[in-house]
Design a binder for this molecule. Structure first.
Ligand code: SF4
Length: 65
């Protein structure tokens, strides 16, 4: 699911310490920089959101670590 990222989302992400990227997911292997389920991670990684124009891409398999 892709949603536009706006200033409100960025404020709330910071305020509520929202965790939704691979780095906070139990299925992410940080050493191999890969997903245990084999999904592509580029759009789910924290670095993707350094670009404020990037859409929000929630992963349906995200599992909070
Ligand atoms: S399940 Fe989704 S959020 Fe978790 S590591 Fe894989 S791609 Fe990233």
């Amino acid at each position: 699911m892709k949603l536009p990222q706006d200033a409100r989302f960025r404020r709330q992400r910071e305020r509520f310490a929202l965790r939704f990227t691979c780095e906070s997911c139990a299925l992410f292997d940080a050493e191999r920089v890969s997903c245990a389920h084999g999904f592509p991670t580029d759009e789910h990684r924290a670095a993707f959101y350094e670009d404020e124009a990037a859409p929000i891409v929630f992963c349906k398999d995200f599992e909070l670590e």
